[in-house]
Design a protein around this ligand. Structure first.
Ligand code: SPV
Ligand code: MG
Length: 304
């Protein structure tokens, strides 16, 4: 099955899709190993890895390269966070063509203005006009060449403080424009807002949620409520920052790395994640094939 079809299937399956945010091929590989169903190539994580704010400071090409590197490292599908589409409808056309060619299974675009600001930052969270964003969804679904390539429309009305009615109005427009799924984002500390949205927006289109602030909710709760996917958008990044900070502080404090040795990943674990064993095996295999070929040449009198 193609990765695009795999992503499409997990979004619409009866069981909820568990999608893990990644900032690198390494973190994506660990998420795959941990049995997540798909990867979210997170704009926040990828920007943080580059040491810049999540505010369209990275270009489309930089974001694409990061997502493509992630996709190449795992067998599970990658849903790429494409912010507000890196510009207007023309940028979305170009973006979809490039992301599709790069082996990404789907893109998610949000209905904020370009340049966007991370949803949890106080500041400009202004929404794009419904007409402009609907045009982006229509364009994205029309220019894809693989009909399974997934287009997720992300609604930021609740983030922008525009209210539930506005979120529902936008959901209806984006669903009718052909979006394959809707991501309803909320920054409340309880899931009440997204639950109300779920109840008031019935229908078949899969709904995706990002419970960063309402983190007491479980995937099982969300599945029972009828959501199609849950994205843990930044936890691998935050986990690695906390772990790195602890280790670095301890080494400078102790003047030795001795006390962190038992808590950090072994070098053999690093080699395993890099695919070192596989690489060495393939080298032996190709060298053996070469030796066999050369031996055949000797036998047939065509020796070198
Ligand atoms: C991201 O992971 O970049 C997201 C989710 O878009 S959020 O940070 O909640 O905006
Ligand atoms: Mg983002």
């Amino acid at each position: 099955m193609t990765k695009t079809a795999a992503l499409r299937n997990i979004l619409s399956a009866p069981s909820i899709a568990r999608i893990m945010g990644a900032h690198s091929p390494l973190s994506a590989r660990m998420a795959s190993e941990a049995d997540f169903d798909a990867i979210w190539a997170s704009g926040l994580e990828i920007s943080a890895l580059a040491g810049v704010p999540d505010a369209n400071i990275l270009s489309m090409s930089q974001s694409l390269q990061a997502a493509a590197d992630i996709a190449a490292a795992v067998d599970i599908p990658v849903l790429a966070d494409c912010d507000s589409g890196f510009g207007n409808v023309n940028n979305v056309v170009d973006m979809v063509q490039r992301y599709e060619r790069a082996g990404i299974a789907g893109v998610c675009i949000e209905d904020k203005q370009y340049p966007k600001l991370n949803s949890f930052v106080e500041g400009n969270q202004d929404l794009a006009p419904v007409r402009d964003f609907t045009a982006k969804i229509i364009a994205a679904t029309q220019v894809r060449t693989d009909p399974d390539f997934v287009v997720v429309a992300r609604i930021e009305a609740l983030i922008a403080g525009a209210g539930m009615d506005e979120a529902l109005r936008r959901a209806e427009a984006y669903a009718s424009a052909g979006a394959d799924a809707l991501l309803i984002h909320s920054k409340q500390s309880s899931p009440d807002q997204v639950c109300e949205f779920r109840q008031r927006f019935p229908g078949e289109i899969p709904l995706v949620v990002v419970p960063t602030t309402y983190h007491t909710v479980t995937a099982a709760d969300l599945e029972a409520l009828g959501f199609g996917a849950v994205i843990y958008a930044n936890h691998a990044l935050r986990g690695s920052i906390a772990a790195m900070q602890e280790v670095l502080e301890q080494i400078i404090q102790d003047g030795t790395s001795h006390h962190v040795e038992s808590r950090i990943a072994s070098l053999s674990r690093v080699f395993e994640l890099q695919g070192m064993g596989r690489m060495l095996e393939q080298q032996v295999q190709f060298e053996k094939l070469a030796e066999a070929r050369l031996a055949e040449l000797e036998l047939s009198g065509g020796g070198l």
